[in-house]
Design a protein around this ligand. Structure first.
Ligand code: AMP
Length: 306
């Protein structure tokens, strides 16, 4: 089944406590998402960059097998989205150093006609108005999931609330769930968000895993314990890529059911654990489907109880 995604393509600057500072890295929510999802299902990418975007970034995105880039726009005279982040000593918390919205302040990217019938859709982190526009252009998707971030909760909460009314699922960090709802407990925050529309909410807690608050149940999964945490950027997006990629490929009658989403979360967890083992997309570029399957088997045996 086809999966469509929209979000940011970014030029990132990353500061880490142990591995230094890197500038001009390929990043962006939809890039990590599509790279991860394409291990599982054909993935259609819709995003815009300015003509300042390095050619090798575009080549890397096009090199991901299974990613259809017919919806990638390079806009003359526009500026590519830029973001800088600095990680704290625990590598789990970070501070945004700067955000330069560039093309995100312009008209949303156009969805190619052939993409409008996509059955699965992921609205990766971007301006909620862009997410809404994309949602409204799709014919009749079976499952739509969105991600968001503190910036959008702070500057576009009304649009974000409208997004929640138009999606089946929401994925967000614990701090963001608290910021949105004012609720400190993740389960309470998740239930509050369910009232705004989605059937399920996934609350990510970094190295502590994630909590699924679904209308039909509640569960938690640990993160895969990797020793090599070089740069956590994109962990959330690659997690969502594994989640949605697996749901698009598994053929479940009801892909948004509690059981389907729970199993998909395990795939998201495993692909995200690879992503944090390098800066930018380096690790995801180097692994194979066999590497993913081997780590998944390892993870599945770790979490099996009873
Ligand atoms: P994650 O670590 O999963 O939250 O993803 C970080 C990536 O998202 C980085 O590569 C950034 O380029 C991009 N990003 C950072 N801030 C935003 C934002 N407010 N909206 C969309 N994308 C963002």
């Amino acid at each position: 089944m086809n999966l469509i995604c929209t979000g940011t393509i970014g030029i990132d600057t990353i500061e880490t406590p142990g591995n230094g500072r890197r500038e001009e890295l390929l990043g962006g929510s939809v890039v990590y998402f599509a790279a991860a999802a394409s291990f599982y299902a054909p993935t259609r990418l819709v995003a815009a960059v300015g003509d300042d975007c390095p050619a090798e970034f575009l080549d890397t995105i096009k090199s991901f097998k299974g990613v259809d880039t017919a919806g990638l726009e390079v806009r003359k005279g526009s500026k590519t989205f830029r973001w800088g982040g600095k990680y704290m000593d625990d590598m789990d918390h970070r501070e945004t150093l700067f955000t330069e919205l560039g093309v995100l302040e312009e008209a949303p990217p156009r969805i190619p006609e052939a993409f409008k019938s996509s059955e699965f859709a992921f609205l990766a982190n971007s301006h909620p108005a862009v997410q809404l526009d994309m949602r409204d252009q799709l014919d009749s998707p079976r499952l739509v999931v969105a991600d968001t971030m503190d910036l959008w909760i702070n500057i576009a909460k009304d649009d974000l609330t409208k997004v929640l009314g138009r999606v089946d699922g929401l994925v967000l960090n614990f701090d963001e769930a608290e910021l949105f709802t004012g609720k400190r407990n993740p389960v309470t925050a998740g239930r509050h968000l369910l009232e705004l529309g989605p059937r399920f909410v996934v609350i990510k807690k970094g190295e502590h895993g994630c909590i699924l608050v679904h209308r039909d149940g509640l569960t938690a999964l640990p993160a895969y314990p990797t020793e090599q945490v070089i740069d956590p950027t994109g962990a959330g997006d690659s997690f969502a890529g594994g989640l949605m990629g697996w749901l698009a490929s598994c053929g479940a009658e009801d892909p948004g059911s509690f059981e389907s989403v729970r199993e998909a979360l395990a795939h998201g967890t495993v692909v995200a654990s690879f992503n944090v083992e390098s800066f930018s997309l380096d690790r995801l570029k180097s692994i194979t489907a066999a590497d993913l399957h081997a780590r998944f088997a390892d993870y599945a045996s770790m979490i099996r109880v009873g």
